[in-house]
Design a protein around this ligand. Structure first.
Ligand code: ATP
Ligand code: MG
Ligand code: FE
Length: 351
């Protein structure tokens, strides 16, 4: 089985072909990602109209390249998977309309995938883990703890009440004059800095509900930075290190509580999984690895190129859905908002 995947929900245009062997294991046959970072950098964030236009310009070429690199044509594909949301609606429409056109012309099944579901299922593509597992989704737009019980069966057990983790990294980077997107730059600076120089808060730490709140932490960084302005290179590195240490402490504490909650509502988790762009952060991965050992679980963290947005994860989620007969019809809507909890009931219909 081979699935073509398409991703256009934010500022990466991506196309990929993912297959599955007789053993049921996933295989990435090609994965093309074109980042628009350069187009948005001057604005310090993603500009929706620029993103949509950029997707239009490159998507056809990217799909052709993904097929070519997978040594197949559209005839060899068993289905088309596309991220139908959540995301910037102009971009989503570009990918969804293209996928629908291909599905109509080739008469192949269409899978309108939730982008968050694709992040959530990536661990099954890379490591073949079984259900259920606890997912920490840490990305640019989301920070959630999710009990992943099956394809289309997700229970959110914790979320942020304000900023997402990636957003917090990006905002701190911006206030310190680091380029967009800030996460990797904050991590690089943090590696040179002293994580104990600034006493930053650990919001929500110790609370019984596994939720997050990160906007106060960002404000605390701003206050410390203003106290010592103008900032030297050392100040910037120390602020980044202190911020990263605080956020990692919070993530570990919240995930520990999430694991406890998970065991109350479902069978023992088979793994602790981290996904989303922030999962690329090495300090975070190491801390989660320690938590996994402490709780007797295996940590599954995707390779770096599968942490950020890509189409291999979309193709894989589509493949998982097609195997279960969960296909969508040509009227599948584009969704700016699409909570993960409902992705089973929302559009996936049993064929
Ligand atoms: P969502 O998946 O919620 O719709 P998104 O697709 O924009 O949002 P991703 O592409 O999964 O998010 O992740 C991008 C985010 O990851 C950005 O905020 C970026 O700063 C952050 N990020 C990337 N690398 C790192 C890193 N090494 N450390 C911390 N944050 C990082
Ligand atoms: Mg992105
Ligand atoms: Fe994403």
């Amino acid at each position: 089985m081979r699935i073509l995947g398409i991703e256009t929900t934010c500022d990466e245009t991506a196309a990929a072909v993912v297959g599955v062997g007789f053993d049921g294991k996933g295989e990435i046959l090609s994965s093309e990602v074109l980042s628009q970072i350069a187009e948005h950098a001057a604005y310090g964030g993603v500009v929706p109209e620029i993103a949509a236009r950029a997707h239009v310009e490159v998507l056809d070429r990217l799909i052709a390249r993904a097929l070519k690199n997978a040594h197949c044509t559209v005839k060899d594909i068993d289905g088309i998977a596309v991220a139908a949301g959540p995301g910037l609606i102009g971009g989503v429409l570009v990918g969804l309309t293209t996928a629908k056109a291909i599905a109509l012309v080739t008469r192949k099944p269409l899978m309108a995938v939730n982008h968050l579901e694709a992040h959530a299922l990536t661990a099954r593509l890379t490591d073949g883990i079984g259900f259920p597992y606890l997912l920490l989704l840490a990305s640019g737009g989301h920070t959630q703890l999710v009990a992943v019980k099956g394809v289309g069966d997700y229970m959110r057990i914790g979320t942020t009440i304000d900023d997402a983790i990636g957003e917090a990294f990006d905002k701190v980077a911006k206030m310190l004059g680091l380029p967009y997107p800030g996460g990797p730059h904050v991590e690089r600076e943090a590696a040179k800095g002293n994580p104990e120089r600034f006493a930053l808060p650990r919001p929500m730490q110790g609370r019984a509900e596994p939720n997050f709140s990160l906007s106060g932490l960002k404000t605390a960084v701003r206050i410390e930075a203003e106290k010592i302005a103008p900032l030297t290179q050392t100040d910037i590195a120390d602020l980044c290190a202190s911020f990263q240490a605080a956020i990692v402490d919070v993530v570990v504490d919240r995930t520990r509580v999430g694991l406890r909650r998970f065991r109350e509502i479902a069978d023992a988790p088979k793994a602790l999984v981290v996904a989303g762009g922030v999962a690329a952060n090495q300090t975070m991965r190491q801390a989660l690895q320690r938590l996994a050992v402490e709780t007797g679980l295996k940590l599954v963290a995707p390779p770096l190129d599968l942490c950020g947005d890509n189409a291999a994860m979309i193709a894989w989620a589509g493949l998982e859905r097609l195997r279960l007969g969960m296909v969508d019809d040509i009227n599948a809507p584009a969704r700016a908002r699409w909570p993960l909890d409902t992705s089973g009931q929302a559009v996936g219909v049993k064929a």
